[in-house]
Write a protein of this length. Structure first.
Length: 466
């Protein structure tokens, strides 16, 4: 009976927006002291001292069908509380929340699992909580198990699962419920690279099918890549609701201004003196580049505009993967300053580099500082991202452009005849084929220059003046 009522709640009016939040306030009590024993608890029951704390305060927004919205903000700003309100784990103390459609949520590690039940039993339990009938869960059971990759451990209690197995199983169940609304809180980065790729591919599939996604994350690159819109929370209130890049820029400014103990001599006095107005990644013909082969020459073009007259500034870029920064360069490190600029005047900087990296997604940040680098005028953490295609015949992080050659002894060209790649080819058959010489090795690259940082030499160059 209860499950039937839940299913009816999930089938709300499909013509209305999937999520409507109107004037929501969520209040918790912060007790000033903790009673020691039962007697003391009973004695102080009627006069307990506490303070009301608003984790969310008058939060209002609407999310339309097919939108992917990122919720960002400092720790303690109310992001996870908001997701719990959307998932109906918490009821708002004031205001209302209207959810139209089936919801699947990934809010915390192992939410909805019972540690003493096996993986198999938890699939049925979690699926029922998310609104599926037993027949529907059985129909999707094999797909869930294959996606999670936990088949050898299906009949093991989940308390013995690793954190990665927990999240993989929870994510697999949530996405196979085929929800109208997916709520995700900081779990897409868990698991190995193959599972992350599967997870991100499923999120993109949801987007292509017009599903509604709400993503809470401190990974600004993920927010920039997946989200059309951001909601910035601070101290439980909405500080911004709009385009993703603008929200990310505001969040970065909030974090910089709130960094405890950090001394920024002039940055706080002159924010936005010079702003980044455009960032492009181009190939050598000037066309936009996004999916790129290894060791491809590129141009990173950053356009800045002065809001007030300024003598000189420096433009920089950082390139990173999801877990590490691999390269950083600034015009001032190479002895180049931008300016003087009048109010409203623009300048464009080109960083020319070669992508000596292998397959993966890489994110670019753009930054403007004064000539010393101590004063930051603007910072765009999720300026753009690009993808490097797999390199044939190699794997790893960097593209060393290795070429093999046989220095002595016989050699053959394996691509000259498909029989060379047959596992059962005999020496007699091999002698009947015509040998071919291997290509000559390439020359070594020049040494790493001293005016950039990172794990890789991307062979930078720069131009300025437009």
């Amino acid at each position: 009976m209860v499950l039937e009522q839940l299913r009816e709640l999930m089938k709300r009016d499909a013509d209305r927006p999937p999520i409507i939040v109107d004037g929501v306030t969520e209040t918790f009590r912060l007790y000033h002291e903790r009673p020691g024993g039962l007697k003391e608890r009973l004695y102080r029951f009627r006069r307990a001292s506490y303070t009301d704390f608003n984790a969310l305060e008058d939060v209002t927004f609407t999310i339309d069908r097919g939108e992917t919205v990122g919720i960002i903000g400092p720790n303690g700003s109310g992001k996870s509380t908001l997701l719990k309100v959307l998932a109906r784990i918490l009821e708002p103390d004031e205001g209302r929340v209207e959810i139209n459609g089936r919801v699947a949520s990934l809010l915390e590690l192992g939410a909805g699992f019972h540690g003493d039940l096996t993986g198999r039993e938890n699939i049925y339990l979690n699926g029922a909580i998310l609104g599926l009938s037993r027949a529907e869960i059985t129909e999707r059971f094999d797909d869930i198990v294959e996606f999670a990759g936990v088949r050898p451990f299906l009949d093991t209690p989940v308390r013995n699962y690793s954190s990665g197995m927990y999240v993989r199983l929870g994510f697999a169940i949530a996405v196979h419920v085929d929800p109208d609304i997916l709520l995700v809180d900081e779990v897409l980065s868990v698991g190995d690279v193959h599972f992350q790729a599967k997870s991100l591919a499923r999120v993109r599939d949801f987007q292509a099918r017009g599903k509604t996604i709400v993503l809470v994350s401190h990974d600004l690159n993920a927010i920039a890549e997946f989200c059309d819109r951001t909601i910035v929370l601070r101290d439980g209130t909405v500080r911004f609701d709009g385009p993703a890049q603008e929200g990310i820029a505001l969040y970065s400014q909030l974090m910089e201004s709130a960094a405890p103990g950090e001394v920024r001599p002039a940055a706080a006095k002159t924010p936005g003196l010079v702003r980044v107005v455009d960032v492009q990644l181009l190939d050598t013909t000037g066309k936009p580049a996004q999916v790129i082969a290894p060791s491809t020459p590129l141009v990173l073009r950053i356009k800045v505009r002065a809001r007030e007259p300024i003598a000189v500034c420096s433009v920089g870029a950082r390139i990173s993967t999801t877990d590490r920064q691999i390269y950083e360069v600034h015009t001032s490190w190479q002895g180049l300053g931008i300016g003087p600029l009048d109010a409203g005047q623009s300048a464009t900087v080109d960083f020319r580099f070669t992508t000596h990296v292998l397959a993966g997604t890489y994110n670019v940040e753009a930054v403007v500082t004064n000539a010393t680098g101590r004063e930051q005028f603007d910072h765009l953490p999720g300026a753009l991202s690009f993808e490097i295609e797999p390199a044939p015949g190699a794997t790893g992080l960097v593209d060393l452009r290795a070429a093999a050659a046989v220095a002595s002894g016989p050699a053959v060209n394996l691509d000259a005849d498909p029989r060379w790649r047959e596992e059962d080819i005999t020496p007699e058959q091999a002698r009947e084929l015509h040998p071919a010489s291997a290509p000559a090795p390439e020359q070594l690259e020049s040494p790493v220059p001293a005016h950039s940082t990172g794990e890789l030499d991307l062979r930078r160059g720069r131009e300025s003046g437009r």
